[in-house]
Design a protein around this ligand. Structure first.
Ligand code: TTP
Ligand code: MG
Length: 607
């Protein structure tokens, strides 16, 4: 992009260019938690309703909003302005998560890329669908569904106006389907990029939709009163911008690029400019399983080790429920703290993580479980990490503790791990699913808060660390960004093994079989594996006894292992001893350079 264009506020770019080929829909569920509660108890529909977490009304239904009850209001304030407000406790997120997953499933039926953003928002890239429809429909007469931000002065030469009108029809169908199947009303934004689709979405709510054409992007952006309204601008960037008197998005549009470059990296400065003009080229990335699963709890102050332990213990109980629902075996645990620091404007978190033994988890009837002893072991690890973060010889004051499982054992559904060959189900041992089912890597535009909240408001609910678009408002209720941190992003498998593939149904069966067989194969340990606080893997201490399979993890089928040629056995053992050289972490390029006569040669890059 030409810097001069930036400085004059011109919207030419590819980021933008004069072509706007994409059609993106953003869907946001109306008063999400409140709707879920109203579906569970229809009597709540006709009364003003607030969903409470600790002393905050995290959302309210539209009946309550008529009285002025807003999201994130203190319960006391909400009750003052609406004494008839009915409150339900929303601290157990299970039903919200279930509803969120159901919406995601409905969206998947359109066979387009769907990116989940937190619990109640999704992006859908309907570009291909629009193109298909534009071939068959009487495109010139296609009508826009819902609202249009502004009537166009002239038709854009690239034909995007017609395409976006078709997309608006699709958005309407999607919303109708969500309503018909789940009873949930939603809002939608339709645009040629994610940024505008998201920001235009709430223009008409509830239960409505808005489309914006590219030519009005910069104009619409200039109406936003705070740079913080831009999804990927977090509190730190905001602070820096404000310190240079760049407060509104219009200010950002008008400031010279050179000024931004003095305060940000060149790339960041250019990106800020693009965003201010409504330009964004980040793709909609299909959401898979989250990279990490975590919970946080924030509070006024905790200064005793025993209190910290109680907090962690409560978090762990809840976290284990989430992990069980997820089904993957965690192999890494992260502890996060926020120390009280009156001097700092931004909240400041510190984390420590370590690998954990997979033997802590067992799979019983296909369900992930942790024994009492396993839980104690996890608590020991947690407190050890805590001790590394806090100097207990001095007083400490914490305002937040967090726990997250940040890595998961590769299972047969979808990765290149060589250990997949060796699980106890010989009938499927040479079959890998190559679909990238875990690709939740952060896009270059992270729609979650770009930095932790600067809020020091206290007595808050536990925040579920999920990728979420909600920037902290009055409260610091969530820390989504952590879950998308780049170091957590595993690169998708690009490998294939022979030509063997299964379709998803078959894979489900295989998955079940493996879970069952793995369950059967779990052997009691002579001594519990040590938890390693350094970066070296502890999971490899998870050894099975006896025979020439000595040194293999317990899930390895001894028979299969014994049948392998000696050099392969050696290689696998070496790999298990030194997980950093594990095949699962090896890039396809490295694979190609594998020595002859190694197992690695069985892998060929996926083209
Ligand atoms: P939002 O989409 O911001 O709010 P909403 O869906 O309740 O209302 P709207 O009609 O304006 O879209 O957030 C989705 C859910 O996330 C919300 O129902 C409750 C929860 N939430 C919190 O827990 N804390 C918060 O600070 C916010 C903003 C939301
Ligand atoms: Mg919503």
């Amino acid at each position: 992009m030409d810097d001069r264009n930036m400085e004059t506020g011109s919207s030419a770019s590819n980021y933008g260019d004069n072509e706007h080929p994409k059609s993106i829909i953003h869907i946001d569920i109306d008063c999400f938690y409140a709707q879920v509660e109203m579906l569970r108890n229809p009597e709540l529909r006709s009364v003003p309703l607030g969903v409470q977490q600790k002393n905050i009304v995290v959302t309210s239904n539209y009946e309550a909003r008529k009285y002025g009850v807003q999201k994130c209001m203190l319960v006391t304030d909400a009750m003052k302005i609406c004494p008839s407000l009915k409150l339900v406790n929303g601290e157990d997120l299970h039903n919200y998560r279930t509803a969120s997953n159901k919406v995601f499933e409905v969206l998947q039926t359109w066979k387009c890329q769907v990116e989940k953003l937190g619990m109640d928002e999704n992006f859908i890239d309907v570009t291909k669908l629009v193109l298909e429809r534009s071939k068959s429909a009487d495109v010139k007469n296609v009508a826009l569904s819902g609202h249009l931000y502004k009537e166009p002065g002239i038709e854009c030469l690239c034909g995007c106006h017609i395409r976006l009108k078709i997309a608006s029809q699709i958005a309407n169908e999607i919303r109708q389907k969500i309503y018909d199947e789940l009873g949930l009303t939603t809002c939608a934004g339709v645009a040629h990029n994610k940024l505008l689709a998201k920001l235009i979405c709430p223009l008409h709510k509830p239960n409505d939709q808005t489309t914006i054409f590219p030519d009005h992007g910069a104009d619409f952006m200039s109406t936003l009163q705070s740079v913080r309204s831009i999804p990927s601008i977090g509190s730190k960037t905001t602070e820096t911008l404000i310190s240079h008197q760049i407060i509104t998005v219009k200010d950002l549009q008008e400031v010279a690029l050179e000024v931004l470059k003095k305060n940000f990296s060149s790339d960041m400065a250019v990106r800020l400019k693009h965003l201010s003009l409504g330009e964004d080229n980040t793709p909609v990335k299909q959401t898979g399983k989250p990279q990490s699963i975590g919970l946080e709890d924030s509070f006024k102050t905790v200064s005793l080790k025993s209190e910290v332990e109680d907090k962690f213990s409560a978090l762990l109980q809840r976290l284990l429920v989430l992990v069980r629902e997820d089904g993957r075996i965690p192999v890494s645990l992260r502890v996060t703290l926020r120390k009280k620091d009156a001097k700092r404007l931004s909240s400041h978190r510190e984390s420590r993580q370590c690998q954990i033994s997979s033997s802590i988890f067992t799979i019983s009837n296909g369900i992930l479980t942790v024994t009492e002893a396993g839980q104690q072991k996890l608590m020991t690890i947690i407190m050890r990490l805590f001790n590394k973060l806090i100097d207990l010889s001095k007083p400490f004051h914490l305002t937040l503790v967090g726990l997250a499982f940040t890595k998961f054992q590769e299972r047969m559904t979808g990765r290149s791990s060589i250990v997949n060959y060796l699980m106890n189900d010989i009938s499927v041992q040479s079959v890998l699913n190559l679909q990238n089912d875990c690709d939740t890597s952060a896009t270059s535009m992270d729609y979650s808060a770009a930095s932790p909240s600067s809020s020091t408001t206290t007595d808050l609910s536990d925040g579920e660390v999920e990728p979420s678009p909600k920037k902290p408002k009055k409260v610091n209720w969530i820390a989504k960004k952590r879950c998308l941190s780049k170091e957590d992003v595993a690169s998708p498998s690009k490998l294939k093994v022979g030509e063997l593939r299964l379709n998803s149904k078959e894979l489900e069966k295989v998955s079940e079989l493996r879970l069952n067989s793995r369950d059967r194969s779990l052997t009691p340990r002579a001594s519990p594996a040590k938890d390693n606080l350094s970066d070296t893997s502890d999971t490899m201490k998870d050894v099975a006894e006896g025979g020439n399979c000595e040194g293999c993890p317990s899930y390895v089928d001894k028979e299969v292992f014994s049948a392998l040629p000696g050099n392969m056995q050696q290689e696998l053992k070496a790999m298990w001893k030194n997980p950093s050289s594990s095949v699962t972490r090896t890039s396809p390029r490295t694979m190609n350079k594998a020595k002859p006569n190694t197992l690695l040669k069985y892998f060929v890059p996926h083209k």
